[in-house]
Design a protein around this ligand. Structure first.
Ligand SMILES: [Zn+2]
Length: 225
């Protein structure tokens, strides 16, 4: 489906039309369900928000916007393990002492014949901490963390630590670890996620450079004659 354009914004990814990447996205089937718990501030962020690109790139995914999910109907249904949701084994992507890794044998056993459902928080580091503090129902979930250490390849986000990854990077690395562990589908290639992200970063860097050039010309026009 083509992007629906609304006020020069792509209605699908909520980005300005000139930086819409919908045409570059090829959704992949990972065999895992992803639930992105998105902070409202992230929801309409155009420049650096990667949550929507992530969700558009993954076949079985959904975005839920909020801050405190304790009484959130959809979230509670998803993690209830009842009825149509009995097919899922929900985990929260969260680094903690009691978190397991993709290759922890007990994780595989716990998943059994179910489908893994990864809930992840899409917000800045500071807001993510707050959201999880509020959402008591999420903190009771089994936790999954990265086995390897990653550093964000790009520095367009203001984060306290370069090891804080953007949502699209986190998802990509996690899929790779789950693939190695034999949990994600072996034919799921998350490289597309990174290439869309790289396009976004390149565009962003170009914008910053252009802005700097414009500022420089305004300050010292004689240098640009
Ligand atoms: Zn778009």
């Amino acid at each position: 489906m083509d992007c629906v354009l609304l006020f020069n914004k792509c209605y699908k990814c909520f980005r300005p039309v000139k930086s819409c990447y919908c045409k570059d996205i090829t959704p992949i089937d990972t065999g895992i369900k992803f639930v992105l718990l998105m902070h409202p501030k992230e929801a309409f962020k155009q420049k650096t928000g990667t949550g929507r690109l992530t969700a558009l790139s993954l076949i079985d995914s959904e975005i839920i916007i909020g801050t405190d999910f304790t009484r959130h109907k959809r979230v509670n249904a998803l993690i209830s393990g009842v009825g149509e949701f009995a097919q899922y084994y929900p985990v929260l992507l969260f680094p903690s002492k009691d978190a397991c890794f993709a290759d922890t044998p007990s994780l595989r056993q716990a998943i059994g014949s179910k489908k893994l459902m990864v809930l992840l928080v899409d917000a800045t580091w500071f807001l993510a901490q707050k959201m999880l503090k509020f959402s008591k129902n999420l903190m009771h979930l089994p936790k999954l963390s990265f086995k390897n250490e990653y550093r964000s390849q790009f520095h367009i986000k203001l984060q306290p630590d370069p090891s804080y990854l953007s949502t699209i990077e986190s998802t990509c690395y996690l899929i790779n670890e789950l693939k190695t562990a034999g949990i994600a589908r072996s034919d799921a290639d998350p490289a597309g996620l990174m290439s869309v992200f790289q396009k976004m970063v390149t565009f962003q860097q170009r914008c910053t450079q252009m802005r700097h050039e414009e500022e420089a010309i305004a300050l010292h026009p004689e240098l640009f004659d």
